[in-house]
Design a binder for this molecule. Structure first.
Ligand code: URA
Length: 199
């Protein structure tokens, strides 16, 4: 059986070659990198954002720009080292003009995220923003519990993954806090719940 690292590398190779993606041409034209994910392959916590932005596509690293700095602060506020968690996105390529991901993009990249979840087997998935919340809630058959993110943020939802029990915690997207200080306070408060899941 292939080890986690090899399986993740296989995903990288497939995404790199994903010519059928609607945003493949944009990646090539702008010399962007796909962003697969970063962190521990044995992570207890997996953070799922939406799609890479300009900084992420330039470096190939998730959450390394302004929103990433906010995520770093939030992790530091609960004493969880960034290298101990796994951070990724649903969509692995940067959409033009940093627009929201389209359903066709979520459809083509979603299965890669599904495989990453199976490889890492996190106990807690933290969704960042409504796109990843919707995707993960649907994937784990929790659509009947789905609420707008204004109601769901900071709550915990129990689900069954193929490998065992899992907790899903929707959070606002850190980018939402860039211009709205009160959302940063909400995120900080919501992140406190994660402390109770530290193993
Ligand atoms: N926003 C995201 O959703 N993901 C990133 O990696 C960066 C910004």
């Amino acid at each position: 059986m292939k080890d986690k690292h090899e399986k993740m590398k296989q995903i990288r190779d497939e995404v790199v070659a994903l010519k059928e993606s609607p945003i493949y041409a944009f990646r090539v034209e702008h010399k962007n990198h796909p962003v697969i994910g970063e962190g521990s392959h044995d992570a207890h916590f997996m953070f799922v954002g939406e799609a890479p932005g300009r900084n992420e596509a330039a470096t190939g690293r998730p959450f390394c720009g302004t929103a990433g700095k906010i995520l770093d602060d939030l992790l530091a506020s609960i004493d969880i080292p960034r290298q101990d968690v796994y951070i990724t996105n649903i969509v692995k390529d940067r959409p033009p003009e940093n627009r929201d991901p389209l359903p066709s993009e979520i459809e083509i990249y979603g299965p890669f995220l599904d495989r990453q979840i199976e490889i890492i087997q996190p106990k807690v998935i933290v969704t960042l923003g409504r796109y990843s919340m919707n995707y993960i809630m649907q994937k784990f058959d929790l659509l009947f519990e789905l609420e707008p993110i204004s109601a769901a943020h900071g709550k915990t939802y129990q689900a069954k993954a193929g490998y065992g029990d899992i907790t899903i915690v929707p959070m606002y997207h850190p980018a939402a806090a860039i211009y709205t200080q009160s959302l940063k306070e909400t995120l900080k408060k919501d992140f406190q719940i994660l402390k109770s899941f530290v193993s």
